[in-house]
Design a protein around this ligand. Sequence first.
Ligand code: ADP
Ligand code: MG
Ligand code: MG
Length: 476
Amino acid sequence: MATNEILEGLIKDPDRLKDLADEAKELALQHGALLRIFENPNSSEVITYTPFTLFPSPVPKAKFLQALALQIHYNLLVDRISQDPGFLEEALASTIQADDFTANLFRLYREVQQEGRTKSIVMGLNRSDYMLDQREDGTCSLKQTEINTIAVGGICISGNLPVVHRRILQMLGLLEESQCVPENNCIAGMTRALARAWELYGQQEAVVMFLVEDVQLHKLGQRCIEHQLWRRGIRVIRRKFEEVSSTGHLNGDKKLFVDGLEVAVVFYCHGFMPENYKEQSWDVRLLMERSLAVKCPDISTHLAGTKKVQQELARPGVLERFFPDQPQVVEQIRATFAGLYSLDMGPEGDQTVAMALANPEKFVLKPQREGGGNNVYGEDIVRVLEEVKGDKRRAAYILMDKIRPKTEQNILLKTGQPLKLTSVCYEIGAFGAYVRQGKDMVMNECVGHLLRTKNSEQFEGGITARVSALDNPLLV
Ligand code: ADP
Ligand code: MG
Ligand code: MG
C-alpha cells in the first residue's frame, strides 16, 4: 500500500505532516464533520472537528460489499424478531431477572402487548457493526460485533468525510487511490425512511418529534436530518422526556399530542441507556409507545437489538425460525456470527463460565448496555465472573469470542492530541432503514456505511466514547 511509505516519510518530516493535518482538519470543518466540545456540549460558541483518521483505511472490497449486501436481511431479521413475542419472552426471560434496565423495557413491552397493538406502521433505522477477523491461514472473515436498533450514531457525520480523504490522497499524488473511497450518503436514505413513515401516518399537520438528550453533544449531526425533513415540508420538533411529560397526552383515538401538536413519528436520539431515564421518563416512554405515532424504534425493536437476543440468534435453528424458506439467507447471516455463549443459570452457562475463566483473553464479556465502554476484557472477566458466577446476576451478561482484527498504521486526528503514528484497527458499520405498513415492507434498504477506527491497544470503540475516529474505507 503506497500510503504506508508516505506515512513513514511524513513521520520523518513533522512540518509537512503538520501542514497536511491542518489542511485535513480545515477540510473536515468545511464539510461539516463537526462535534460540540465535551466541556461545553450545549453551546455553539466553540466547536471542533469530529476525531478522524488522516488516511482512509484499506478495506477488502468484497468484505465491505458483503456487509452492505447483508443489511436488508438484517433489517428483516430485526423486524421479524420484533413481531415474535414468544421468542422475545423466551430469549430475555433470564436477562430480565438480572438486569433492571432490560426488565424495565420489558415491562413496558408487556404492557403494550397486553393492551393490544395500535400500530400498523413500523420503521427501523439500525446499524450492524463488523470487524474482519484474521484467521491463522492469513484470510479474514466478516464478523458482527453487534447490531444497534436505537439512537444509532454516525448517520450524519459519516457522509462528511469521503471528500476530505479523497482530497488528502489527491494532494499526495495518489489519484487512483482517491477514487477508491466510496460515496456515502446515509442522511438521504434515513430521511427518506422517516418521511415515508410520516406520509403513511397521513396527517399533513403532524410533526416528527426528535426525542433528545439534555447534553446535546450530537445536536449538530441530528440537525442534518432535521433540515432534510423541513425541506420536504415536514415539521420537526425536538423534545426531552421531561417536556413530553409536561405537555404530552393521548386523545381518545390514541393520537399523541405534544404542545398541542399531533406527532406522526417519534425518533429516539436518546433513551438507550439507564442514565437517560428518570422515574417519570418511563411513564413518558410508555405513553409514546401506547400511541398511534410511529416509533423509531418501537419497544420490541429496541429489545430485538439487545446483546442477549444477539446471543440467542446464534443457537442452532433459531435463524431458521425467522427465515423458514430462505436457507441461503440463514447461511449468509450465520457466517457473520462470532462464537456467542449464554451465561444463564444451568449446565450450559456453567460451561461458559469455565471456558471464560480458563482463557479470558479469548473473550469479551458483555452486559446489556449501549454506547461503548461497558464491556469487560481480560483479567476483569475473571474478576466479574468470580463475583457473579454463583447466582442469577451472571445472566445480565453474554460471552462472545474476541474478534482479532488486522492492525494498520495511521494517524488519528483528535483535538489537543499530538500527531503520531498509531497502530489502529477498524469497525465497519452498515446502516439499514426500513418501513413496514401492516404486512407490507414498503422500504428495505442499506442506506450507507460508517467506518470507525481506534487505537488497536484500546479494547472498546465508539466515537461518542471518544475512542474511535471517523474513517473511510479505501477499497482494495
Ligand atoms: P456497544 O453497544 O456499547 O457499542 P459493542 O458490542 O459494540 O457495544 O462493543 C463496543 C466495542 O467493543 C466495539 O466497538 C468493539 O471495538 C469492541 N468489541 C465488541 N465486541 C467485540 C468482540 N467480540 N471482539 C473484539 N472487540 C469487540
Ligand atoms: Mg451498541
Ligand atoms: Mg457498538
